[in-house]
Design a protein around this ligand. Structure first.
Ligand code: ACM
Ligand code: ZN
Length: 734
C-alpha cells in the first residue's frame, strides 16, 4: 500500500512539470534535461553584448530573487549570448541550460528580453538551475493590457509597478486610456484648461451606478500626467519591451474636455466634468474648429508617444446633439452625408488623414465601422468579435478584446466578499478559454494582431483594486496570447498556485484567490440535491466545522428551508477564504426544467437544474447564480416527476437598468398533470421583483411564460437594445 502511494506521488510530480512548468506564459517548447548548472547566486553575462539600457533592468529583476547579475568580459560569461540576425520570429529565442552555463540565441532586444524573463522564472533556487532546452516564440504579436486612468487616477509610480508586472508576463502593449468624461489626464501645452479644468471633478458617485437614490461623495478628485512624466513612463515601459498606445477619446466620452472648452460641443453649454458613469449626449461637435483642436492635441500626443498606433476612441457616441446642431447639419449637407453614422465616419476619416500624414495609424473601438471604416484604421473589437471579423474581412488589422473574455472590470466570482464591480461575470477559467481567432475563417486570421485585457476603473478606486481585478486573470490572458497549444486548465491553475502566486506575493502585488474556491458540482439526488465540492488544485482542502468535507446533500422539503454552511479552504496551514453557502430547500429542488427559451451562454449554469439548484440569486448581482435571457419572451417547463400539491410559486427577477437588466413586464403560469394539456392558473403584471402565485395548485408540470420589454427605453443606457431578463430561483412550497 505504502509503495503504491509513493509511486503515484512521483508520477504526479513528473507529469506536472511536463504539463506546465514555472514559466508564465508557458514556452512553446520546453524540455527538461538531466544536467544542472550550479551558479551559487551569481550569474555573469558578456559585457560587450548585453544592451546597456536593458542591463540595469535585468540586474534588478534577478536581484528580486537574490541573484547577482554581473557584466564581465565575454570569455568569463556564464550566460552566453549569440545574436542571430536571421531568426524568423522577431520575438522568439532559444535558451539552453547545461552544466557549463546558459546559452541564449536571440535576434533583437525583444527576443533577448523574452529569454531573460524566461530564465528568471526558471530559477527556482538561487544556487542551481535544472538543465533545460527552450525554444519559444509568441502566437500573437499584439499582447495588450488597457487601463482606464480617467475614471480613477493612478500615479506614475503605481503605473510603473503595474507595467513591470505586465513585462514579466511578456505583454508588449500598454493601452493608456487618458481621456474620458470623468477626467482629462494628459498635459496639452496648447490647451492648458484641459488639465487645469478638465482633470478635476467636484464629486464622485458612491456605490453602483444603478443604485437609487444616487449619492455623491462631494470630494474634489483628479490629477494628470505632465508630458515629462508621460515620457518617463514611455521610457520605463520601453526598457521592459512594452509600447504605450495612448488613447484620446473622440467624438464621444468628451465631457471633461468640453468642461474646459465648451465651445467645442454642439450646444456650447458650460457643464462640469462629470462624476457619475455611463454614456453622455454631450460629445465633440463635428465642426471644423473641434476637429482642428483634436488635431493639435494629437500633434502633441504623437510627440510624447513614439508608438506607431494612436487610439482615437470612437466608441459609444450618441448622435442626438449632432442631429439637432446646425453646424453638424451643414457639414452633412456640404459633404453629402446621409446619416449621423456617416458623419462619425467623416469625422474619424478626417482625423485619420491627419495622423497618417504624420506617419502613424489610428486604431479605434469597433463603432468606427459604423458609417464606413477609415481607409487605414485598425479596429479594437470590444462589443463582441463580430466587429473584428467584419474589419478583418475588409483586410484591416484587428485587436480582439470582446467583453465576454477580456473585460476585467467584471466579477471574477460570486463570493459575497467580492468588491463591487460593474457587473458581468468573467472567472479565470473563462479568460483561459479565450482565443482571438476563434470563429475566423483561415484566410482572415492573418489580420488578427492579438488580444487585450481591459481594465475600466469606474469601480476600481485605487491601484490595489486594479491589481485584484487584474491578477491572476492577466496570467491566463498572457498564456492564451502566447501559446496556442495551452495545457489543460487544471494544469494551468496547479502551476499558477505553485509558481506564480508566490511571485506575485513576493512582488507585493494584490491578487484574487477566487479560482481556488470550491466549485460546486450539482447533481439531483434521490430526495433533493447533492453538491460536490470540487477542488480546483490538488493541494487545496475544504473543511466544515473542522472536519474535512467533499460534498453536501440537501433534502427536498415542502416548506422553504434554508441551510447555511461555512466552508473553509486551506492549502497546508494557509487559509484561503471562507465560502458562505446558503442552500434553500423546497418542493422543486433538484427537479428538472426544460427550457424552450435557452438562457444566454454568458449567464447559464447548471443546465436543467439552473432554476432549481437551491442557490438563490444574490443581490447585489455578481454575475453568477442568476440565469440571463436576451429575448423578450421566455418559456420553460418544470417537471416535478409526480403530481404534487403546492400553494405557493415564486421566481425572483432582477432589476438593474444600469447593467441593461430589466424586471419583466408580465407572466403567465400554466399547469398540467400529463405534460400535454396545460391550464392557465395565473396571468399577471409584475408587482415588484417577484413572480408570485399564491393559490392551491396540483400538478406534475408547471409551465412559466415571462414577457419582458422589447427594447430598452430612450434616455437609458443601452437604449434601443433588447434588455436582459435575469431570473432565479423557481421555488415551490406548501
Ligand atoms: C468600451 O467599453 N466602451 C470600449
Ligand atoms: Zn455639432
Amino acid at each position: 500500500m505504502k509503495i503504491t502511494l509513493v509511486v503515484l506521488l512521483f508520477f504526479f510530480t513528473t507529469q506536472l512539470s511536463a504539463q506546465h512548468g514555472p514559466v508564465f506564459p508557458q514556452p512553446i517548447k520546453l524540455e527538461q534535461t538531466t544536467t544542472k548548472f550550479v551558479f551559487n547566486g551569481r550569474l555573469t553575462v558578456d559585457e560587450t553584448q548585453i544592451p546597456k539600457d536593458l542591463f540595469p533592468y535585468f540586474q534588478e529583476l534577478f536581484g528580486r530573487q537574490f541573484i547577482h547579475l554581473e557584466a564581465v568580459p565575454s570569455k568569463q560569461a556564464t550566460i552566453r549570448l549569440n545574436r542571430i540576425q536571421t531568426f524568423v520570429y522577431t520575438e522568439g529565442y532559444n535558451l539552453t541550460v547545461s552544466n557549463s552555463g546558459i546559452d541564449i540565441q536571440y535576434s533583437n532586444d525583444e527576443s533577448l528580453r523574452n529569454a531573460f524573463q524566461t530564465l528568471n522564472q526558471l530559477i527556482q533556487n538561487p544556487r542551481e538551475l535544472a538543465g533545460v532546452t527552450v525554444s519559444d516564440q509568441p502566437a500573437f504579436s499584439y499582447r495588450g493590457v488597457h487601463l482606464d486612468c480617467s475614471r480613477h487616477f493612478f500615479t506614475i509610480n503605481e503605473l510603473k509597478k503595474f507595467i513591470d508586472q505586465m513585462a514579466k508576463l511578456k505583454f508588449n502593449r500598454f493601452h493608456w486610456h487618458l481621456t474620458d468624461d470623468q477626467g482629462w489626464r494628459i498635459e496639452i501645452k496648447k490647451y492648458p484648461k484641459l488639465t487645469s479644468v478638465g482633470a478635476w471633478r467636484d464629486s464622485t458617485l458612491i456605490g453602483h451606478f444603478s443604485k437609487q437614490p444616487v449619492e455623491y461623495d462631494h470630494q474634489k478628485y483628479g490629477g494628470f500626467y505632465t508630458q515629462e512624466e508621460a515620457k518617463e513612463l514611455v521610457r520605463f515601459a520601453q526598457i521592459r519591451g512594452i509600447e504605450i498606445i495612448p488613447e484620446i477619446e473622440m467624438p464621444g466620452h468628451a465631457r471633461a474636455a468640453l468642461a474646459a472648452y465648451p465651445e467645442l460641443s454642439c450646444t456650447g453649454q458650460q457643464l462640469p466634468v462629470v462624476g457619475t458613469w455611463g454614456v453622455f449626449d454631450e460629445v465633440f461637435c463635428s465642426q471644423e474648429k473641434t476637429r482642428s483642436f483634436l488635431k493639435d492635441v494629437l500633434d502633441e500626443v504623437m510627440e510624447i508617444f513614439p508608438s506607431h498606433v494612436i487610439h482615437i476612441g470612437g466608441d459609444e457616441c450618441p448622435k442626438v446633439n449632432w442631429e439637432k446642431c446646425p453646424k453638424c447639419k451643414s457639414i452633412m449637407t456640404e459633404n453629402k452625408l446621409k446619416t449621423s453614422h456617416e458623419l462619425q465616419s467623416f469625422f474619424i476619416r478626417d482625423i485619420e488623414k491627419h495622423v497618417n500624414e504624420k506617419g502613424k495609424v489610428i486604431i479605434g473601438w469597433d463603432e468606427i465601422l459604423e458609417g464606413g471604416l477609415a481607409p487605414n484604421a485598425q479596429v479594437m473589437s470590444w462589443q463582441g468579435v463580430e466587429g473584428g471579423i467584419a474589419a478583418a474581412k475588409q483586410k484591416h488589422s484587428v485587436v480582439m478584446t470582446p467583453t465576454s473574455y477580456c473585460y476585467f472590470d467584471y466579477y471574477q466570482s460570486g463570493h459575497p466578499s467580492e468588491p463591487l464591480a460593474i457587473g458581468g461575470y468573467l472567472p479565470l477559467e473563462k479568460v483561459y478559454q479565450f482565443n482571438p481567432v476563434n470563429r475566423l475563417e483561415e484566410e482572415y486570421k492573418q489580420y488578427i494582431l492579438g488580444g487585450q485585457a481591459n481594465l475600466w476603473t469606474e469601480y476600481l478606486p485605487n491601484i490595489q483594486a486594479v491589481e485584484y481585478n487584474a491578477f491572476p486573470r492577466l496570467v491566463a490572458m498572457a498564456e492564451v496570447l502566447w501559446n496556442k497549444s495551452k495545457v489543460p486548465y487544471s494544469d494551468f491553475v496547479e502551476a499558477l498556485s505553485n509558481y506564480y502566486l508566490p511571485q506575485l506575493r513576493n512582488d507585493g502585488v494584490r491578487f484574487s484567490t477566487s479560482f481556488l474556491d470550491p466549485k460546486l458540482e450539482i447533481r439531483p439526488y434521490k430526495t433533493g440535491i447533492s453538491y460536490g465540492l470540487i477542488k480546483p488544485v490538488n493541494e487545496v482542502v475544504f473543511s466544515l466545522n473542522n472536519e474535512l468535507v467533499t460534498g453536501i446533500n440537501i433534502e427536498r422539503t415542502p416548506q422553504v428551508q434554508e441551510h447555511r454552511y461555512l466552508i473553509h479552504s486551506n492549502i497546508g496551514d494557509q487559509e484561503l477564504r471562507v465560502c458562505d453557502y446558503t442552500f434553500t430547500s423546497h418542493l422543486a429542488l433538484g427537479k428538472s426544467v426544460k427550457f424552450d427559451t435557452q438562457p444566454h451562454e454568458k449567464y447559464n449554469h447548471n443546465g436543467n437544474l439552473g432554476l432549481t439548484d437551491g442557490v438563490i440569486g444574490g443581490i447585489p448581482w455578481k454575475g453568477d447564480q442568476w440565469l440571463g435571457f436576451n429575448e423578450d419572451t421566455i418559456q420553460f417547463t418544470l417537471d416535478l416527476e409526480e403530481v404534487t400539491k403546492f400553494n405557493h410559486l415564486q421566481i425572483g427577477t432582477l432589476n438593474d437598468p444600469g447593467s441593461w437588466i430589466y424586471r419583466p413586464e408580465r407572466f403567465q403560469i400554466q399547469t398540467s398533470s400529463n405534460g400535454k394539456k396545460f391550464k392557465n392558473v395565473a396571468k399577471s403584471k409584475m408587482n415588484g421583483d417577484l413572480i408570485e402565485v399564491k393559490k392551491k395548485m396540483k400538478a406534475r408540470y408547471v409551465r412559466v411564460l415571462i414577457y419582458s420589454k422589447e427594447l430598452i427605453p430612450p434616455g437609458q443606457t443601452g437604449a434601443g437594445f433588447t434588455p436582459w431578463t435575469f431570473i432565479n430561483e423557481l421555488i415551490l412550497s406548501r
